[in-house]
Every structure is written in structure tokens, then in C-alpha cells.
Design a protein around this ligand. Sequence first.
Ligand SMILES: C[S@@+](CC[C@H](N)C(=O)[O-])C[C@H]1O[C@@H](n2cnc3c(N)ncnc32)[C@H](O)[C@@H]1O
Length: 286
Amino acid sequence: MHQPVLCEEILSLFEGCQLQAFVDGTLGAGGHAALILAAHPEIERFYALDRDQTALALAKENLSASLPKITFIHTPYADMSQYVSDCNGILLDIGVSSMQLDQPDRGFSFYKEGPLDMRMDQTARVDAKFVVNTYNEKRLGEIFRDYGEERRWRAAAQQICTARKKEPIETTQQLVKVLTPVIGWSRKHLHPATRIFQALRMEVNQELQQLEQGLAEAVKCLAVGGRLAVITFHSLEDRIVKHFFKQEKSVKILTKKPITAGVGEQRKNPRSRSAKLRCVEKCHVD
Ligand SMILES: C[S@@+](CC[C@H](N)C(=O)[O-])C[C@H]1O[C@@H](n2cnc3c(N)ncnc32)[C@H](O)[C@@H]1O
């Protein structure tokens, strides 16, 4: 089961707030949602969004005690204003869940054989197989360079384009096999496919575009005095959040520096090591 990160820190950011309406834009298994619902009995409407229908179904089971308050919505959080307005709190916990990573048939993991999929929303049109087998070499290289920060982006793109001429690359392990000779193990002991898989996942799910659009949507959906908390796991994402908060006139920044996990949490949950939490409060309508 997915272990939510920075739980105490999230709760303290919303402490003392009257949260009549709350949005969890990245519900996952509902770990953060359960904590917030328990700490804020005043919540009347809780909007639970995820683009993954499997996550929504699982969260529905996990949150059974609070079902009357919750509206589950299968949608990208960047479209939240179609469903909600005047919220007192919004949480975005960006990225993939452990459930998605651990299920071989979702195709996110380079350790497990599975179809080259990586769609968070299983109804989406574009999957990783499509990207890997149809994008031209230049575009693939740019994705590996910009989203994966892979040093050997050019060689990786070239290798894929050569390999797919012989046969389509359809599974995770086929792709790992293609990449290993050109990338190899890094000094940080990163698996050779780490950055390429990350880049493909970000492209398939348009994660940075979602974040840019979603932050603006979230601010639009907040009532004055409402708070938006965002957890990211990647420096590219944190940079987007930091920059957006700085230039957005209608909000006040509550976290000058990002909040990170303490040593205890990092030891218990290695995923928390890269987590960064930032929060703003809406002070007026622009
Ligand atoms: C890190 S997990 C969230 C875990 C959750 N906070 C918990 O405590 O269980 C991220 C979730 O956000 C969803 N997600 C990622 N990007 C999304 C987007 N743009 N719109 C909606 N859901 C998204 C993923 O499908 C995944 O279920």
C-alpha cells in the first residue's frame, strides 16, 4: 500500500483552518485524504480527484467511513474548476503511487516485465509504447534530456530508433535491454533505465503541463483565505511550483523554503527523501 509522505507537516499547514470544502487532486489510495478528513470533522464537501480509476476504486474502500462527504471524480486535477469552486483547502501530491509502480501490468517499473504502458489514466490514448515506437529520434532525445535529465539522451534515442526498425519495442524489459548497453550503471548506482523511464512517464502523462495548468486552476478554485499545498518529488516540478507561487499575485507564500521529510520519515519511507512541500494562501481575488 502507498505510504503517504509528510503527513504531520500537511496537517500542520491546515491546522486551525475551517475546511468546509476540500479538494484532494491526487487521491491515490486516500492516505492523506483519510488524515485530513479525521483532523477536520467540519468538512462538508470533500472532492477526491484522480485520473486513475483503479486508485479511485481502492480509495473508495479505504475511505468508506466518510463516503457521504466525498465526491469521487475521475479527472486530471488540471481540470478541477469544472467540478469545484470556493474551496478552503487543496492538496496536490504529484507523481506516481506505489500501487502504480508495483503493478507490472501498468508498465511503470523497469524491474518488472510488463507492457510498455505507463498511463496513469488507463482510458488515455497515448501510452509509452506509442511514444517509444512512433516519436522521431529528435523528439525522443529532447524528452530524455528535458524530462529525464539523462546525460546520454542522444545515444539512448538513437539506440531505440535502431532497435525498433528490427521489431517494435513492446515491453519494459525489451526497452531495458535496448538501453543498458548505451547507458550502463551510474556511479550513484541508478539502474540504467531510471531516467529514461521517468522521462517517458512524464511525457505519456504530460506531468509538467498538468502541473503548470493545475496550479493556476487550483488558485482559481480557492476561496479567499483558502490554502493550497503541493508535494513534488522532482526538481523540475519543484521549480515550477516555486516559480508559480512567486509570480502569482493573488497568493501569499507560507513556506519560504520547501518543507522536507525528517530523518525518521526518510529512514522509514525512502520515497520521502525527495519530497518537497510548498504552501500558499489565497489573499484576494485577482
Ligand atoms: C503520489 S500518489 C498520491 C497518494 C495519496 N496522496 C495518498 O496518500 O495515497 C499520486 C496520485 O495522483 C494521481 N495523479 C497524478 N497526476 C495526476 C493528474 N494530473 N490528475 C489527477 N490525478 C493525478 C496518480 O494517478 C496517483 O494515484
